[in-house]
Design a protein around this ligand. Structure first.
Ligand code: DX5
Ligand code: ZN
Length: 217
């Protein structure tokens, strides 16, 4: 069995109690913390940027999994690495220069991730895959928490897993959107290493127990 990781999305946290919610994740069995940065251009919503990332980073020792939903990520990837990201993931659709983004993140000594939207095929990753530490498959249209999982996404995970194995790589697969204890097992079985969960964790009566339930699905 693959090593299983849960990455709770802070987008669903209570921003009035950000330190409390971050410390809760810090105590939990989640290894990563998922940070959704939205610019209102790449996606029809605006979330938060550097000061909030810094506040979260200072309240936990966990691995900072930063998901950039911004246009021209090459302008900002370095600053996110400086602000505490351990992994910087940008969208393949958001830039004309994927290679430059990869190089800028790599220069900072942090991990490199590329994300694809639901309608973007896995095949676009064929040539860049050997340079990536992680691929993030979006299983909802990016922009909002609390949406329903798009069913065909599991098939994309299987296809990506096969591509990674065919090339003999160790690239991790993460999935984001509509993940809960109800589909976690299917997703881990399909080849996911990391599951992002926002509303499933933060809307649960007992978020820490929910993280365990997802890990043990
Ligand atoms: C959506 C974000 C997700 C979001 C997931 O664009 O990338 O990380 O927070 O939320 P849930 O788990 O509620 O679908
Ligand atoms: Zn995300």
């Amino acid at each position: 069995m693959n090593h299983r990781i849960v990455s709770p999305s802070m987008l669903s946290a209570d921003f009035g109690n950000l330190e409390r919610d971050t410390k809760m994740i810090d105590r939990s069995q989640a290894e990563w913390v998922h940070i959704d940065v939205m610019d209102g251009v790449f996606v029809p919503n605006i979330s938060f940027g550097f000061p909030v990332l810094k506040a979260i980073t200072s309240a936990t020792k966990k691995f900072m999994d930063v998901h950039l939903m911004i246009v021209e990520p090459e302008k900002y990837v370095g600053r996110f690495a400086d602000a505490g990201a351990n992994l910087v993931t940008f969208h393949w659709e958001a830039t004309d220069d994927v290679q430059k983004c990869i190089d800028l993140i790599r220069e900072k000594g942090v991990k490199v991730g590329v994300s694809i939207k639901p309608k973007t095929p896995v095949s676009v990753l064929e040539d860049i895959l050997p340079q990536l530490d992680l691929v993030l498959i979006m299983s909802v249209e990016p922009g909002f928490g609390g949406q329903s999982f798009i069913e065909g996404s599991t098939e994309k995970v299987r296809e990506l897993k096969a591509m990674i194995e065919r090339k003999g790589l160790a690239t991790l697969i993460e999935i984001d959107g509509g993940v809960s204890r109800h589909n976690a097992r299917e997703l881990f079985d399909a080849g996911c290493d990391a599951l992002v969960a926002g509303s499933a964790v933060f809307k649960a009566a007992d978020p820490e127990a929910e993280i365990v339930a997802i890990l043990n699905a």
